[in-house]
Design a protein around this ligand. Structure first.
Ligand code: IPE
Ligand code: IPE
Ligand code: MG
Length: 251
């Protein structure tokens, strides 16, 4: 896809539920952790492709709050892999001028992973054109709970009047405060659910599901998802005819 094509109508923000590392590994006769390692290679590939395709925001769902329930050996392996990825990738992010963000209950991550994350965030904080957002120990439901706690605390201290609560104020308490909503949410591996990923922010996102497992996902698959996105009509509650008038297609 030409850069021009993707510049035409976005998407500007893609969220990806990177699924299928385990099944991919099984199909190759490899351990699950080898599947995750291969998944990291896909991350590098896709981060680079996003810049070529003019996608300014990429959110990768890397570890859900529910993923703590996996066997300890896998959780430890994933956390170690994450720390390594962050340490190795920071140099590339700086070279590509990509700002790193994290969403989720970051404080509860193991110290090595957390330290690598905080360092990478700090070292890229002055970039403002390209954004990579890692969803780590993330859960949309926890995000709502954390926002509700912060809001009720402010109300109890008299800093906020509950009567004036609106979506702007509520969403400004989410981890995603300064970030735009995703235009497109992609899930790999054939599963067709959101698994607690950006549930509020994806209220009007286009959804795209592909059977390809994350380790096999390439730039060509991403372009296919973007092509599908370009064929959608985002109506935001209005009629197709209203949109035609706005885009000058109606006479
Ligand atoms: C996605 O792959 C990676 C994480 C959830 C961390 P999975 O590990 O969920 O792979 P499957 O679903 O078992 O194939
Ligand atoms: C969702 O994948 C979480 C991530 C991609 C990090 P899962 O593999 O954990 O989701 P479920 O359990 O199949 O819904
Ligand atoms: Mg999975």
């Amino acid at each position: 896809m030409s850069e021009k094509a993707s510049q035409l109508n976005g998407p500007d923000h893609i969220g990806i539920i990177m699924d299928g590392n385990g099944r991919w590994a099984k199909s190759q006769g490899l351990s699950r952790i080898k599947g995750h390692r291969q998944g990291v290679e896909t991350c590098r590939r896709i981060i680079e492709a996003c810049q070529d395709l003019n996608i300014h925001y990429l959110t990768l769902y890397a570890f859900s709050a529910e993923n703590w329930n996996r066997p300890e050996i896998e959780v430890n392996g994933l956390m170690e892999l994450l720390a390594l990825f962050l340490m190795e990738e920071t140099r590339t992010l700086k070279k590509q001028k990509v700002r790193l963000h994290a969403i989720g209950r970051i404080e509860d991550l193991p110290s090595r992973t957390k330290a690598a994350l905080k360092k990478a965030i700090k070292q890229t904080k002055d970039f403002d054109e390209w954004h990579l957002i890692l969803a780590l120990n993330y859960s949309s439901r926890n995000e709502v709970v954390d926002a509700a706690k912060a809001i009720s605390q402010k109300a109890a201290e008299g800093k906020l009047n509950p009567e004036n609560l609106d979506w702007e104020t509520v969403s400004s308490h989410f981890y995603t405060d300064s970030l735009p909503d995703p235009d497109l949410v992609v899930r790999t591996s054939g599963e067709t659910r959101l698994s607690n990923f950006l549930l509020m922010q994806s209220a009007y996102s286009e959804l795209y599901f592909t059977a390809t497992c994350w380790p096999d996902f390439t730039r060509a698959h991403l372009e296919e998802a973007i092509r599908s996105y370009h064929n959608r009509e985002r109506r935001f509650g209005r009629t197709g005819e209203q949109l035609d008038v706005e885009t000058g297609l109606s006479y």
